[in-house]
Ligand binder design. Structure first.
Ligand SMILES: Nc1ncnc2c1ncn2[C@@H]1O[C@H](COP(=O)(O)OP(=O)(O)OP(=O)(O)O)[C@@H](O)[C@H]1O
Ligand SMILES: [Mg+2]
Length: 494
């Protein structure tokens, strides 16, 4: 279990939440006067040749099943669709909401038995039971994908048209044997989801974001924009978010890194978690938020509410897309501007991707230190370029150097997350922004994951190493009672 660093009484008596120390963190004397320049990061150490010749990640696995099983499932799907039609005709749909699951199961079993008799179909007990479960999923759930939604080992469900459904388990994509009958069947389920949240999706507005009843994030794109049939992506909602302890156990980062991150969060550095899609940004943000004290007021802003903070004092906000008539949109930027009037101690924006970047950086610069967000980028340097681009796209005419000055004084720490080819998710770099050198933002990498090769099973080998520098914020940490031992920056302790 990760042993949290015990905060000492700070030498100058500054309370942990004192905002006075903060806004000009960059002006604090650098504990390490030699930040690496902003030149492109040095090329990673060459990878140790793997024992086997395997260098490419394994292609997506498909569940191996025999042709007989495929035939059985296709037959069941066919019967289920026929029976579903019958069910819709026979079931009292108005009473559906009020009926208990037991009653519904009973009713469905009765209608199914009758239907099978009429169609002259005889099923064995296993198939009959399976059919009843499938029918219930069809009537009250999301049809074929209900079984994947129930499966706790599945993180993502990715549907490419009615006949191809992939899932992601432990970071690896797998093709499943689950199918929809046809595009119409898939469209019916998509409609069921989006109409439940008062949205619609059709040729004229072919894509939609929504949240499923269980909190999962849902996106669909339908034809003609989706060329070979509707495309659906679901990020399953995990009730139990991964904790710092679990992330350490999974090898995402080490205890020493966690100690550093605890100090960074507690002393209210502004942090950006960056990474590729599905790399674990939101998970990391959630885990880091665990280091925020209970006495602080936190406001979270997201497009789809995913964060599950453990603190007491939280205001959660979710943006809203325009309605069918195109009115009523509430953007993340609107929420952010409003949040500034809500006296937050910290603002957490789930993902910065548009013009809210301006307000986010301003908030970070003007008294809401300790704010955090995530962005899509492949390295700390890339993340800075993305921020610059986002600022440029807002139409605010700011010279590049001014944008950079704004970024460098707003952001203190970049935490880079990556999903490696073997499916593991790691914190591949923790980089501090130390200021400006001429026109360039200067950074120093404190920790990184160094890949050394790949073993025979395709597992990435590597270790966490220190960048060889102590934190630029060492003095700040000390003043706030986090006099971290220098041993945390030693490779042997990582
Ligand atoms: N270190 C980890 N080890 C194992 N699983 C992880 C780890 N980090 C995240 N996950 C799992 O990976 C999935 C994706 O994580 P998450 O939603 O945090 O990614 P993201 O980068 O925010 O994705 P997106 O770009 O779609 O917003 C989740 O199901 C999460 O539980
Ligand atoms: Mg996310």
């Amino acid at each position: 279990m990760f042993k949290r660093f015990n905060k000492q009484d700070s030498s100058n008596g500054a309370p942990a939440a004192a905002p006075s120390l903060v806004s000009s963190s960059k002006s604090a004397p650098a504990a390490n006067p030699a930040p690496t320049s902003a030149a492109p990061a040095p090329a990673p150490a060459p990878e140790k040749k793997s024992k086997s010749k395997k260098t490419k990640p394994a292609p997506p696995k498909s569940i191996e099943i025999d042709a007989k099983e495929v035939k059985r499932m296709d037959r069941l799907l066919e019967i289920r669709m026929n029976l579903h039609k019958r069910l819709l005709e026979s079931l009292n749909l108005a009473a559906l909401d009020k009926a208990s699951e037991e009653d519904l199961k009973h009713e469905i079993a009765l209608i199914a038995r009758e239907g099978l008799r009429d169609m002259d179909i005889v099923l064995n007990t296993t198939d009959q039971k399976q059919l009843n479960i499938d029918l219930l999923d069809e009537v009250i759930g999301l049809g074929p994908i209900e079984v994947l939604l129930r499966d706790d080992t599945v993180n993502d469900i990715l549907i490419n048209g009615s006949q191809q459904i992939f899932v992601e388990r432990a970071g690896i994509l797998e093709l499943t044997t689950v199918k929809f009958k046809d595009e119409k069947h898939l469209m019916r389920i998509i409609d069921k989801i989006v109409s439940a949240v008062g949205r619609r999706v059709d040729e004229s507005s072919p894509y939609v974001d929504a949240r499923l009843a269980d909190g999962s994030r849902f996106n669909a794109m339908v034809p003609p924009c989706a060329v070979d049939g509707s495309l659906v992506s679901i990020r399953k909602f995990t009730k139990e978010k991964l904790s710092v302890d679990q992330l350490i156990k999974f090898g995402a980062f080490t205890e020493a890194m966690a100690t550093y991150l605890q100090a960074a969060v507690a002393t209210r550095l502004n942090i950006i978690v960056s990474g590729g899609t599905g790399s674990g940004k939101t998970t990391t943000l959630n885990a880091l938020s665990g280091f925020i004290g209970d006495e602080e007021r936190i406001v979270t802003i997201e497009d789809t509410a995913e964060l599950q903070l453990q603190q007491v004092h939280i205001g959660r906000m979710e943006s809203r897309p325009p309605n069918v008539e195109g009115n009523g949109e509430v953007s993340q930027r609107d929420l952010l501007r409003n949040a500034l009037r809500m006296r937050p101690d910290r603002i957490i924006v789930g993902e910065t991707r548009g013009d809210e970047v301006i307000d986010m950086l301003q908030a970070m610069n003007t008294g809401h230190d300790g704010s955090m967000t995530t962005i899509h980028a492949n390295s700390a340097r890339d993340a800075v370029s993305r921020l610059e681009n986002m600022i440029a796209m807002t139409g605010v005419e700011l010279p590049l150097i001014a944008s950079r000055a704004q970024i460098s004084s707003a952001v203190d720490l970049m935490v880079q997350i990556s999903r490696l080819p073997d499916g593991s998710r790691r914190m591949v770099s923790i980089t501090e922004i130390t200021g400006m050198e001429g026109e360039i933002i200067s950074m120093q990498e404190i920790f990184k994951f160094q890949r050394t090769g790949m073993d025979d099973d395709g597992k990435i080998e590597g270790k966490f190493v220190s960048g060889g520098l102590r934190s630029h914020f060492t003095e700040r940490f000390r003043q706030w009672g986090y006099d971290l031992p220098s041993s945390i920056y030693t490779d042997a302790n990582l």
